[in-house]
Design a binder for this molecule. Structure first.
Ligand code: NAP
Length: 488
């Protein structure tokens, strides 16, 4: 079958049809979805728009491949994942450019994402051969308890646009390592990276039907149809808390096993005994990685009164000096936001904060040019009821709030429905650990501006999610414990 390929700016070639059962298929309807370059608002490519029938064909393909893949030896699965890692390293440059083209992020961020994304294949290649169960004697002595791990079954993987490669590999890696087959539905804004990954996985030797990739303009109908099929036993979703709630309700109908990586509202806390130099570096990373479009982005910056002025001035100076521009240019440090809606949301959050008394130290405006640009912005004197302290900003805006003592800042940090990550800067390790224990979040970055690591369990508490990705935990999300009771 002919594969629809698009040759994008920069000479990158990507397939743009549906990837089902190891074949590229044009959508039966002929419908296609425009993919826009956020740096200039031009159409980059069009991708296939899958129907519900095509979703079901993907389930059929995943079901046909499932017994064979589950029976493949762990070493063989590991070798394929390792090869996928090597191919990502080989193609790192073009993948990074592709991510910058469709997502807009600065090339340096895109390169960082490709390296991070590839590591999930390497990590889960290593985990695939370590799916250990255990044996124990029942306390009564009456039986042996044997526990082994089996693949959970066909998995639906739904990913967001902000890390088009890493959110896909963070799910595909453990799914394949555990012996599951899957259907990946990437976000409509950034489908090209997912199709490039599908191509690369086929080259790595992933058998037909083990990974299927489909884009659709009807995410709800598509996901509902797949989740209604009793053969599908796993939903792994990364995206907003709002959509996560909808999917959890839907998954309840068939009691599908769910892993949910949802929204965040990360506090970034700087005590006055911290190194200001280190805290500024950490804040730049925690706030500006991906231009602020990260679930882990520092959303609320709390600074202790004694250093608040100096910290705010220095952060504003650094943020104001960033080069904003086309994500694909090597000189760019902050690319555009993903779409016009994202810019409108960021602008309205800043306007709301200013209307409630915030002062703009730098930025505070859209850029008057094509593309979805907003200036890196620092706000001080932010009122407690400003919306941006309570909602994900998802843009290059840093609101700073002054605090006086430890109990006060912990209460502020915890006053949110979210609980993904928190950042704490202090020169006193005991205080750092004490505060880390009291903050309600799945992850803490202590004197660091980043937590993401394929070898660590990534995930949130409260309404930031269920389950963990990465580490050995990520593999267990795609496994079921099988208990065998026996005696000999
Ligand atoms: P989103 O709107 O929730 O979309 C995420 C994915 O869900 C997309 O593929 C989307 O498809 C799909 N979707 C939308 N409605 C759906 C429905 N009714 N049924 C099934 N699928 C549906 O989130 P986003 O705007 O892409 O991403 C940003 C959010 O993701 C933020 O809240 C961020 O914090 C979160 N995030 C969390 C993590 C984490 O690890 N915790 C990591 C990254 C991002 P369409 O594109 O077709 O709408």
């Amino acid at each position: 079958m002919r594969t629809e390929m698009s040759t994008l700016a920069l000479g990158i070639e990507v397939p743009t049809d549906l990837f089902i059962g190891g074949q590229w298929r044009a959508p039966a309807s002929g419908r296609r979805i425009d993919v826009i370059n956020p740096s200039n608002e031009e159409v980059l490519a069009t991708v296939a728009d899958a129907s519900v029938e095509e979703a079901m064909q993907a389930v059929d393909a995943a079901a046909a491949a499932a017994p064979g893949w589950a029976a493949t030896s762990p070493r063989a699965r590991a070798d394929i994942l390792r090869r996928a890692y090597e191919l990502m390293v080989r193609d790192a440059d073009s993948l990074a450019r592709l991510i910058s083209l469709e997502n807009g992020k600065a090339l340096a961020d895109a390169r960082g994402e490709v390296a991070y994304a590839a590591e999930f294949f390497r990590w889960f290649a290593e985990e695939a051969v370590r799916i250990n169960g255990d044996i124990s004697i029942a306390p009564s002595g009456a039986s042996r308890i044997i526990v082994q791990y089996q693949p959970v079954g066909i998995a639906l993987l739904i990913t967001p646009w902000n890390f088009p490669a890493a959110m896909a590999t963070r799910k595909i890696g453990p799914a394949l390592a555990a012996g599951c087959t899957c259907i990946l539905k990437p976000a409509t804004e950034t489908p090209l990276t997912a199709y490039a990954l599908a191509n690369l996985l086929a080259e790595a030797g992933v058998p037909a039907g083990v990974v299927n990739v489909l884009t659709t303009s009807s995410a709800g109908k598509f996901a509902n149809a797949i989740l209604d099929d009793a053969r599908v036993r796993k939903l792994s979703f990364t995206g907003s808390t709002e959509v996560g709630r909808v999917l959890l309700r839907k998954a309840a109908d068939s009691v599908v096993n769910c892993s949910m990586e949802l929204g965040g509202n990360a506090p970034f806390i700087v005590f006055d005994d911290a190194s200001i130099d280190a805290a500024i570096e950490g804040a730049m990373l925690a706030k500006m990685r991906n231009g602020g479009e990260a679930c882990t982005a520092a959303n609320r910056i709390y600074v202790q009164r004694g250093i608040a002025d100096e910290f705010s001035q220095r952060l504003a100076q650094r943020m104001g000096a960033l080069t904003v521009g086309d994500g694909c240019l090597d000189t760019t440090q902050c690319g555009p936001l993903v779409n016009a809606g994202a810019v409108a949301k960021v602008a309205s959050l800043v306007d709301d904060a200013v209307a409630k008394g915030a002062r703009v130290l730098t930025g505070g405006e859209r850029l008057d040019r094509n593309g979805y640009f907003y200036q890196p912005t620092v706000l001080v004197d932010v009122a407690p009821n400003a919306d941006l302290l309570h909602e994900e900003i998802f843009g290059p805006v840093a609101p700073i709030v002054i605090f006086d003592d430890e109990d006060e800042v912990i209460a502020l940090a915890n006053a949110t429905e979210y609980g993904l990550v928190a950042y704490v800067y202090t020169g006193d390790l005991a205080r750092g650990l004490r505060v880390s224990e009291r903050i309600e979040s799945g992850m803490i970055a202590l004197n660091r501006g980043i937590v993401s690591d394929p070898a660590a369990p990534f995930g949130g508490v409260k309404q930031s999610g269920l389950g963990r990705e990465g580490a050995h935990h990520g593999l267990l999300e795609f496994s079921e414990a099988k208990y065998i009771s026996t005696q000999w």
